[in-house]
Design a protein around this ligand. Structure first.
Ligand SMILES: [Zn+2]
Length: 344
């Protein structure tokens, strides 16, 4: 069995959001170039498929899907001040959603242990009825909904380390106990959601876990949050599949975020999530590219992630030290979450 599947395709370069737009084709080109230089006999690259209408409709309204499709006939359409189309956007966006599905199918059906889908445009701000924040279709949310509604899984974890809060993903699953959505993000920052008291509603109460951090936090704070808040809850949840919204805009070089995570930090988070997946679901984990706007940070972090996914899951983990800026967040998060999770 291949240890790690990569999903990558130069067709992801075709969506063009504007001449000075940070979400630019070079992002994926830098990732593909990095991956081509990896010497890894266990690594196999898969060609993504396009998501079908019914798959997009797992998370999006039919009228909105039609609205995105119609943009293929015009030079440019502005869904919001940041989210612009080109004639190839519709096809590229269906290929991004389909690419995460390709990765998810490959892992679920046992052809690979885990996978990384290098896709664009990103997805986690996309709402059921609208594009937002560079995102058109919520690629990771569609994969999660496909796992539960098409393939019958009962519990899927979405772990989102993009520097921005994944408001679209949160919104789509806010009342669902089948999807545990966890996000570490800079706060305050676009889109302004993701405070500690947003924990889900109805049957989904407790199944949204937000960890907002102030600007300039880095590896120490992120790993402290994982070890002392997020992973203990994820272990109780006991996911049957782990999806990672892997945005690399919390990297210290990123021009949009103000965090200080580095390659070692991404590898350390990936190692922890890989251990969680090994404990709970035979290692089934798919990471998908979300944000990340510095090309060197993208390539270096992507390489660190792919290398970590290829290592054995019994590599040791050094528990994170108590990070003084993370501890008050953990304490306040526990106040909201303790009615729903038995935390020691
Ligand atoms: Zn982002």
């Amino acid at each position: 069995m291949n240890k790690t599947a990569l999903v990558a395709d130069r067709r992801y370069l075709k969506h063009f959001a504007g001449r000075v737009h940070p979400e630019r084709p070079e992002r994926v080109a830098a990732m593909i170039e990095m991956a081509e230089h990896l010497v890894r006999p266990d690594l196999r690259t898969y060609t993504p498929r396009e998501a079908a209408f019914d798959e997009l409709a797992l998370c999006h309204r039919a009228d909105y899907i039609g609205a995105v499709e119609r943009t293929a006939a015009v030079d440019r359409f502005d869904f919001d001040p940041d989210t612009h189309t080109s004639p190839d956007t519709w096809k590229t966006a269906t290929l991004a959603a389909g690419g995460v599905l390709t990765a998810t199918e490959t892992v679920l059906d046992g052809a690979a242990c885990n996978a990384f889908a290098i896709v664009r445009p990103p997805g986690h701000h996309a709402l059921p009825g609208s594009a937002m924040g560079f995102c058109f279709f919520n690629n990771v949310a569609i994969a999660a909904a496909w796992l539960t509604r098409v393939r019958g899984l009962k519990r899927v974890l979405i772990f989102d380390w993009d520097v921005h809060h994944g408001n679209g993903t949160q919104d789509i699953f806010y009342e669902s106990p089948q999807i545990l959505y966890m996000s570490i993000h800079q706060f305050p920052l676009y889109p302004g959601t993701g405070w500690l008291d947003q924990i889900g509603a109805g049957a989904g109460a407790g199944f949204t876990v937000n960890a907002p951090l102030p600007a300039t936090c880095g590896n120490e704070e992120y790993l402290c949050l994982l070890d002392r808040l997020l992973l203990p809850i994820a272990r109780i949840f006991n996911p049957e599949f782990v999806l990672v919204s892997a945005g690399f805009d919390c990297h210290y070089r990123d021009p949009l975020g103000m965090m200080r995570v580095d390659e070692q930090g991404f590898a350390a988070m990936a190692r922890r999530l890989k251990h969680l997946a090994a404990e709970c679901c035979g290692g089934k984990l798919v990471a998908a590219l979300e944000g990340g706007y510095d090309l060197k940070a993208l390539a270096d972090s992507g390489r660190a992630l792919i290398e970590e996914l290829g290592r054995d899951a019994d590599d040791p983990i050094t528990p994170a030290a108590a990070a003084s800026r993370a501890l008050p967040i953990i304490e306040r998060a526990r106040y909201f979450l303790e009615p729903h999770w038995r935390l020691d």
